[in-house]
Design a protein around this ligand. Sequence first.
Ligand SMILES: [Zn+2]
Length: 212
Amino acid sequence: MILTLLGAPGAGKGTMARQLAKKLQIPTISTGALLRDEIGSGSMLGKEIDALISNGNFVSDETIISLLLKRLEEADCQKGYILDGFPRNESQADQLSQLGILLDKALLLSIPDAEIIARLAGRRECPNCRATYHIQYNPTKLDGVCDECGGALQIRADDTPEIIKKRLEIYHKQTEPLIQYFRQKGLLAVVQSEQGVDDTVASALKTLGVTL
Ligand SMILES: [Zn+2]
């Protein structure tokens, strides 16, 4: 099965990708990780990518797709894979199908904006040891104090309500057309991501028509 995941920041895409990969026994391929690996390899291409990203530029579709194609040739991808972070727009989606990479489903993790704001606004981080908590879902034993090192917890700089709202606006603007694109092609599967992780994964498998 070839899948791609769609969902707002904070919708739980990373967790869903890991869980589905485990259940379906296929790898998750993140374009972010492919780029980081190429940079880490020290290749000429890696150096070019590093320079682009360091200067705040985007890496071209051509480059991302060539890295992706190379990765898809590996043995673990033969039964399928989950694409994380790709395609990001209709043009990339079209390029994939032109290359013969046919998605079985695009799985949208649907969650109300208000819920995302509540989730992200509840995150806390320890500035000393980088441990992360959530005031509701993963609280510390002592309010505001890191369990690991006793540090005073902070709200991450990008988790303020204003910044979260901005990120959600950008997400909707970029992703709505892609959701529409997959819906028209009959590839869109939607799962409500408000339940606990196990329930959400079970609903996702059901929506994808997978029986394990
Ligand atoms: Zn700490």
